[in-house]
Design a protein around this ligand. Structure first.
Ligand SMILES: NC(=O)c1ccc[n+]([C@@H]2O[C@H](COP(=O)([O-])OP(=O)(O)OC[C@H]3O[C@@H](n4cnc5c(N)ncnc54)[C@H](O)[C@@H]3O)[C@@H](O)[C@H]2O)c1
Length: 257
């Protein structure tokens, strides 16, 4: 059984549907109770085992509750996908304190609470796997997403630290690093040129569909990834592989300038 945070829409919804199709029982957590409940119902209608629990990832009590409900419903927990996240605009000078604390609370503290609360249940179950969601903005900088980047960089190193401490207890901990994904998360960019600019810097020339990230999550949770721990899977169409505008080197043997 796998707990997925932020499962009411976007990537989390897609993860829940794919994991269910692969045979897992799924417990969906989200602040959006209407949509989350609807997704769980649709998964059940399609023959899957799904249960929705209200979860604000920034609240420790909510995590205790979802673990208790998950164990009561399905007996044991063997997986966690820390997917819930919120975005924030603003440079270091523009980032107001309330925005900073809210983004850290959801994207970073939420991942801490998730791992801290769910890992003991996975140990009780005899082991399993955790997948955390970072971002390509956990790798490289943008001037205008200061708080968001702080959290996604933190998730990268939190994943590696947990891979060490939980790996010895039978839990593999890995992270996915999505590039641009076609979800409500990027809706505010759809009407401006920022989205087109980012797509033009992506070698595959398009945005990802949520299911393309879900395939990486499914792999990391599965026994196919039985020796993968502390790893980073970048799913960004090649955006962070380098610069499309790089100079072409001179041919071998050409006179040095
Ligand atoms: N979409 C992208 O381009 C992109 C790129 C890189 C990384 N990501 C990351 O992927 C993850 C999923 O993003 P998405 O694209 O599906 O976003 P989304 O906005 O489509 O969905 C996010 C989900 O998280 C839920 N959520 C928000 N705050 C929550 C909270 N406090 N507790 C529980 N649930 C909460 C929302 O209700 C929603 O269902 C996020 O961590 C995001 O930072 C997204």
């Amino acid at each position: 059984m796998v707990i997925i945070s932020g499962a009411a829409m976007g990537q989390g919804e897609s993860h829940a549907r794919l994991l269910s199709e692969a045979g897992a029982s799924v417990v969906l957590g989200d602040i959006d109770t209407a949509r989350g409940g609807q997704v769980a119902e649709e998964i059940r209608a399609a023959g899957g085992r799904a249960h929705f629990v209200k979860l604000d990832v920034s609240q420790a009590a909510d995590w205790k509750n979802i673990v208790a409900e998950a164990v009561a419903t399905y007996g044991k927990v063997t997986g966690l996908v820390n997917n819930a996240g919120i975005t924030s605009a603003g440079s270091v000078l523009d980032c107001e304190e309330d925005v900073w604390h809210r983004v850290i609370g959801v994207n970073q503290t939420g991942v801490y609470y998730g791992m801290k609360t769910v890992a003991p249940a996975i140990i009780d179950a005899g082991g399993g796997a955790i997948v955390n969601t970072s971002s390509t903005l956990g790798y490289y900088a943008s001037p205008a997403a200061y708080a968001y980047q702080a959290t996604k960089g933190a998730v990268r190193t939190m994943t590696k630290s947990a891979a060490l401490s939980l790996g010895v207890q039978g839990i593999r901990v890995n992270a996915v690093f999505p590039g641009l994904v076609d979800t409500p998360f990027i809706d505010h960019h759809r009407s401006n040129s920022a989205l087109d600019n980012s797509i033009s810097r992506t070698p595959l020339g398009r945005i990802a569909q949520p299911g393309e990230i879900s395939q990486a999550v499914l792999f990391l949770l599965s026994d196919d990834a039985s020796y993968v721990n502390g790893a980073e899977i970048v799913v960004d169409g090649g955006m962070t592989a380098g610069s499309l505008g790089s100079l072409t080197p001179a041919p071998v043997g050409a006179k040095e300038a």
